[in-house]
Design a protein around this ligand. Structure first.
Ligand code: PMP
Length: 390
């Protein structure tokens, strides 16, 4: 059996390309946050995770440029050896301070932070319990760890309770959930999940990728619930922090252990000077300009309410993520294409990633004019569907 045979037989992408409905790997030629350039046209960007709109902020850009001037373009090595910068450590202190935790550990991506945390802590005698809708990186991390994997019903503390009760009493137990779920935009039931974990002696990891800069005045899921957080938090810099990289945040003992056991940290090059500097600057701006968090949320609410009022099926949660539900593959890709032609960028999602939808997200720097333009485009396209909106 030729292991390449499946590649030759793979026609899904070719079929979509032939009809002009292939929506992935769109080569953008410009991006100033709320607008992007594609095929020499300006489009309103409603598909990025740039919630605070900081990717084009002059202070963030300058910080990146200065870091390149001082430290070069790459550290050409792992943090464990030649690739560690005082800048990485400043960023760690700033993150730990923002989350009110003892220490943080900076990785090169959020994906790697999850791999490092979960596979660094769990092994083949342990059980990793995952929310059914947890991000793919947590699933990959659990598989990499070699631990037994159990999924539980989405955001359901009772389902978690039942799963934990069925675990061998002597196994280590690690529960991983997202703070904000990236496809639905809903928020994890942190206090209840934490109580269940406590009752079973399990440890809880919350992936705050979409919660940092969004919930709790930007301080994440624990702050949203006004109190104590998870045992360990992971974050990414590729959303609100306008950069690329990730971190694990928690108690010193655990962070120190991961510093020496997280293979995705030790065997991969560290975040470049410009990535670390831009994340640090974005974090400082987040700390000093909390209006950005409120604006991102109110912009999303503005679009969500306008679409819902006219019968467009949208998700209901109060985060910058607004899923617009669609029916089937053809409708999803056709709507995506028509909206793009009107100058609106969205992300088409099909199973198994999630049920059919256009994932939209809004940022602090979208103007009311842009939001109205997006609303009108959606209303016009949904009016063309067989079951037209009111
Ligand atoms: N966790 C979640 C919940 C995410 O949505 C993502 C990115 N989409 C990641 C982790 C991975 O982050 P990064 O892009 O920094 O690898």
């Amino acid at each position: 059996m030729d292991i390449f045979a499946k590649c030759v037989d793979f026609t899904d992408a070719k079929d979509l390309m032939a009809t002009g409905l292939y929506p992935y790997f769109l080569p953008l030629t410009g991006n100033d946050g709320s607008t992007a350039r594609y095929e020499d046209r300006e489009i309103v960007m409603c598909g990025s995770n740039n919630y605070l709109g900081l990717t084009a902020d002059p202070r963030v850009k300058n910080a990146a440029q200065e870091a390149i001037a001082d430290l070069g373009t790459s550290n050409t090595g792992s943090r464990f050896l030649n690739g560690n910068l005082e800048l990485h450590e400043r960023l760690e202190r700033s993150l730990a301070d923002f989350y009110g935790r003892e220490e943080a550990l900076v990785f090169s991506t959020g994906y790697q932070a999850n791999l490092g945390a979960v596979a660094g802590l769990a092994g083949r005698h342990d059980v990793v319990l995952l929310d059914k809708l947890v991000h793919a990186s947590a699933i990959d991390a659990a598989m990499l760890s070699g631990a037994r994997i159990k999924f539980f019903q989405h955001n359901d503390p009772e389902a978690l309770d039942r799963r934990l009760a069925a675990c061998p009493p002597d196994a280590g137990k690690l529960v991983v959930v997202d703070g904000v779920y990236s496809m639905e935009g809903d928020i994890c039931a942190l206090p209840l999940l934490r109580d269940v974990c406590r009752a079973h002696g399990a440890r809880l990891v919350v992936d705050d990728a979409h919660a940092l800069g969004v919930l709790g005045d930007g301080r994440g899921t624990a702050a949203h619930f006004g109190g104590e957080g998870a045992d360990l938090v992971t974050v990414t810099f590729s959303k609100s922090l306008a950069s690329i990289g990730g971190a694990v945040i928690g108690d010193s003992a655990v962070v120190q252990y991961l510093r020496h056991h997280a293979r995705s940290l030790i065997f991969s090059a560290s975040p470049s000077p410009s990535n670390a500097a831009s994340a640090l600057m974005a974090l400082e701006i987040l700390k000093s300009e909390p209006w950005r968090v409120r604006q991102a949320l109110s912009n999303a609410r503005y679009v969500r309410d306008a679409l819902a009022a006219r019968g467009v099926p949208v998700g209901s949660s109060d985060t910058p993520i607004v899923p617009v539900f669609t029916e089937g593959r053809t409708e999803t890709f056709t709507l995506w294409r028509s909206l793009l032609d009107r100058g609106v960028y969205t992300n088409p999602i099909i199973p198994p990633a999630a049920s059919y939808r256009l994932r939209t997200s809004f940022m602090a720097t979208h103007t009311t004019e842009q939001l109205d333009f997006v609303i009108e485009a959606f209303l016009a396209e949904f009016a063309n569907l067989p079951a037209a909106v009111s």
